[in-house]
Design a binder for this molecule. Sequence first.
Ligand code: GRF
Length: 209
Amino acid sequence: MAAKPVAKRLVVLVSGSGTNLQALLDAIAKTGAEAYGAEIVAVGADREGIEGLARAERAGLPTFVCRVKDHESRDEWDAALTEAVSAYEPDLVVSAGFMKIVGKEFLARFGGRFVNTHPALLPSFPGAHGVRDALAYGAKVTGCTVHFVDDGVDTGPIIAQGVVEVRDEDDESALHERIKEVERRLLVEVVGRIARNGYRIEGRKVVIL
Ligand code: GRF
């Protein structure tokens, strides 16, 4: 008899509207956690009162908030975040619009299994304004990148990318909405594949098994 597939444990981190989180929740609800390969065991945020947390609560998931301003230093915040996430014993941590750079302790614990989604085609336009910067540069195509997080800003090994054409009439919000449609599908696909199949990180290359 074949072994029953085991769902990997995911902690998802959010800072905003949480539509990427919702896409993961919907995908898991549709097929079941075992078939998808992963279940969300908790959702964390760096701020209160956001729709991302409300989505988690509606889904009946435990949530936690870890705010920089509640800690003496950035390192203490990083240690608290590491502890809060560790409590849920995740196999993978997903930054789905989490607008904070994590520190050394978090990366020591979760490096190589911390996935981020960024709304540009890295290595172009890293940082907090990837959509605005691509538009201002006059890029004709942009998109999104799902990657592992390292100690730089949006510099870690790339897992997958999706392309979106820039239209003449685009403003930041219209372009970001079209990127997010592609981004949500890509994140769901990538997280499911790495959870089900496993992966290796060889230097800058990510090999999904
Ligand atoms: C995404 O485009 C993500 O890449 C960016 O912020 C957006 C988050 O959207 N960093 P949501 O909160 O998942 O709706």
